[in-house]
Design a protein around this ligand. Structure first.
Ligand code: SF4
Length: 475
């Protein structure tokens, strides 16, 4: 409900024998649907022949049983769910991308955004390259393909390409004989792999997708690592690119990832609960009940309740059959959808002083509407708690935390925001508490750019958003 859209989700399968790999990818993408609802696709590798299908829409709508049958059996497959943070929401931008090149073919699916996509694309266009999409993924596939011509293997081409592309990218790449998983050298976006009982390797953006196909988690792909799956086994390549301090997106824990996922050894659910605990310590408030905004505010609300001793209540019933709020093309229908999507349980809030915990506050419009709904249902006080610090800067790594003019915390003080959303009080998670929600040996290795305005990479001089289309926020 924070008016943010996730990036994308990737999934890959390497099986020692031919099987219905398309169905495995289907279940995996279904588990990753929260990471992107605009389009999805699957490419199956059947002895070097690639069969693919992709379209705009949700996984369950795009892939009927007939479509899955058409993909046929194989021993490898890659899949993707997309929300386009760069590149427009068109079928042509759906992934995975399939490329036929001088030495064979390749399918590629990508989660993240490059910070130098514009420069790379410009120089490729000047060399005569023609692009069919507006996504960063096509830029990556061009760079890998160019390097493939002068490399002895696809993994060598990927390794060389990592010296050129910069920013956030978790990739699954499939050649006729190999499945390759790649995470950028700072590890912005999650990527892990596991194995099923019949020794099929699964690569996925989140562990919840491994669970969905019965795969046992093996480990994360490390920042900067290339993992190659072949019939001869699994090979890791790490010593090929300059080491950088990890920059795992802290907002994966707060909002993007599913609470039943574990990222870099940290349970997303537990991290969110700890955010609630920190909020309770930082903003103690007299109240009768603590409620969370479904879904990503619920865990933090539980943490707030446990720390404060104020009872936890179910304040909203969410209509599960509605697509994400933010697919609405206009503000008016977006607001209507908020109402349709969330209904207040008045028995929880009527006559009560309510603490309302949300994962974050972006534009503030959703918070204002929810506060109003609670008051209309009889809440006597509404105290809003954000489980994230104020957004003060954009994200360049594959999310739509957008330009400053759309971030309410860039335009107003906290007391002004409190007034605007109609709350009795407003508390944000302290920026210093972010390290407490992670509680991990890598606690300094996280990106907090949208909360601090400090980034570990160059800031893109131009983004694809600027170049090819209206900003998402201008819709
Ligand atoms: S800028 Fe914010 S949303 Fe983007 S990667 Fe960093 S922490 Fe995540």
């Amino acid at each position: 409900m924070s008016q943010l859209r996730e990036e994308c989700g990737v999934f890959g399968v390497f099986s020692p024998q031919k099987q219905d790999v398309a169905s495995l990818v289907y279940y995996g993408l279904f588990a990753l649907q929260h990471r992107g609802q605009e389009s999805c696709g699957i490419v199956v590798n059947d002895d070097g022949l690639f069969h693919d299908y992709k379209d705009t829409g949700l996984v369950q709508d795009v892939f009927t049983s007939d479509h899955l049958k058409l993909l046929e059996e194989g021993n490898m497959a890659v899949g993707h769910v997309r929300y386009g943070t760069t590149g427009s929401n068109e079928r042509s931008n759906a992934q995975p991308i399939v490329v036929n090149h001088h030495k064979g073919r390749m399918a590629l699916a990508h989660n993240g955004n490059l910070v130098n996509a514009y420069q790379i694309r410009q120089s490729l266009e000047e060399e005569g390259c023609i692009f069919h999409t507006t996504s960063d993924t096509e830029v990556i596939s061009y760079v890998i393909t160019k390097n493939r011509v002068k490399s002895s293997s696809i993994e060598e081409a990927v390794s060389l390409s990592m010296n050129t592309i910069d920013g956030a990218y978790s990739l699954v790449v499939m050649s006729p004989s190999k499945l390759i998983a790649v995470r950028d050298k700072r590890g912005y976006r999650p990527l892990c792999y596991g194995i099923t009982d019949d020794e099929t390797y699964i690569v996925a953006s989140e562990t919840c997708a491994l669970d969905s196909v019965g795969a046992k988690f093996i480990r994360e792909i490390e920042p900067g690592e290339i993992v190659v799956f072949t019939k001869d086994g699994v090979r890791s390549i790490k010593e090929h690119c300059k080491k950088e301090k990890p920059q795992i997106c802290i907002f994966e824990y707060i909002y993007f990832a599913r609470p039943d996922s574990v990222i870099d050894g940290i349970s997303v659910h537990e991290a969110r609960k700890r955010a609630g605990v920190c909020l309770a310590l930082e903003h103690p408030t007299d109240a009768d009940v603590v409620i969370g905004v479904p879904d990503s505010g619920l865990d933090a609300a539980l943490g707030y309740s446990q720390q404060s001793g104020i009872p936890y209540g179910i304040g909203f019933i969410k209509n599960k059959y509605i697509a994400r709020t933010f697919i609405s093309p206009g503000q008016k229908s977006r607001e209507n959808k908020v109402r349709i999507k969330l209904n207040v349980l008045s028995s929880t809030v009527k006559g009560k002083r309510v603490i309302l915990v949300d994962d974050s506050i972006v534009r503030g419009t959703t918070s204002a509407r929810i506060v109003k709904q609670l008051r209309e249902a009889g809440a006597t006080e509404v105290h809003v708690m954000s489980a994230a610090p104020p957004f003060i800067a954009p994200c360049y790594y594959g999310t739509d935390v957008d330009s400053k003019e759309n971030l309410i915390a860039c335009r107003y003080s906290i007391s002004e925001i409190k007034e605007k959303i109609g709350a009795d009080s407003l508390g944000y998670l302290n920026i210093d508490s972010l390290k407490n929600i992670i509680c991990h040996k890598n606690a300094t290795g996280f990106c907090k750019g949208c909360f601090t305005g400090e980034y570990a990479t160059q800031i893109p001089e131009k983004t694809n958003k600027d170049r090819f289309e209206k900003k998402i926020s201008e819709k």
